[in-house]
Design a protein around this ligand. Structure first.
Ligand SMILES: CC(C)(COP(=O)(O)OP(=O)(O)OC[C@H]1O[C@@H](n2cnc3c(N)ncnc32)[C@H](O)[C@@H]1OP(=O)(O)O)[C@@H](O)C(=O)NCCC(=O)NCCS
Length: 163
């Protein structure tokens, strides 16, 4: 890629904090992936309360990619609702969002960053390791216990140690 083309790509794929007007587009993408069983559904109310945790890449008011960084404890945070629109997959946007969230986690002095996922290979490329879910009692007893998949959860836990 030429330097000029590379710069266009960087400008085009700028990550920014989400704002309230992004919610309908985030919700619609989440509904799409929740319907496919890739992600857990979230209500508009849940997104309203947690929108400040989200980072997005937007083009013409449509979400191309997003993800959120949410805390359980002072030292443990989770990447949630990570998704890239179907037409934007494979362009490196997922990586850009996760790298941005890792930087954000470091600035907040998070010690451990985890995710529950069906695509551990994607996270491995970013330095995460597969671990047992049991090492996150904060997540299991605080959040997962309320999830419809609680008794049959087949998601894989991945972890990035930041300290
Ligand atoms: C998983 C997802 C976020 C990846 O986003 P993406 O923008 O397509 O991924 P990227 O282009 O940034 O890929 C980064 C690297 O991961 C690899 N990768 C991407 N998706 C992968 C997958 N499903 N399986 C294995 N590796 C994958 C890429 O090949 C690339 O590797 P490279 O750096 O060696 O070239 C996207 O496919 C998606 O939104 N999926 C549906 C929702 C979902 O499952 N979210 C994850 C919930 S935790």
């Amino acid at each position: 890629m030429t330097q000029a083309a590379d710069q266009t790509r960087i400008i085009k794929y700028q990550v920014r904090p989400a704002v309230l007007e992004d919610i309908p587009s985030i919700h619609s993408l989440l509904k799409h992936y929740a319907g496919m069983g890739d992600l857990l559904p979230r209500t508009i109310e849940d997104l309203n309360s947690n929108i400040h945790h989200f980072r997005v890449i937007v083009d013409k008011k449509q979400i191309l990619a997003c993800g959120s960084l949410e805390h359980f404890t002072e030292e443990l945070a989770e990447i949630r609702s990570l998704m890239v629109s179907e037409q934007s997959k494979g362009l490196g946007l997922g990586r850009i969002i996760v790298e941005n969230l890792i930087e954000e986690a470091k600035q907040r002095k998070v010690g451990r960053l985890m995710a529950l996922t069906y695509v551990p290979e994607f996270f491995h490329k970013l330095g995460f390791k597969t671990v047992s879910k049991e090492i996150f009692p904060e997540k299991i007893w605080g959040i997962c216990v309320n999830c419809y998949k609680f008794l049959n959860c087949d998601e894989i836990a991945v972890l990035l140690e930041l300290k």
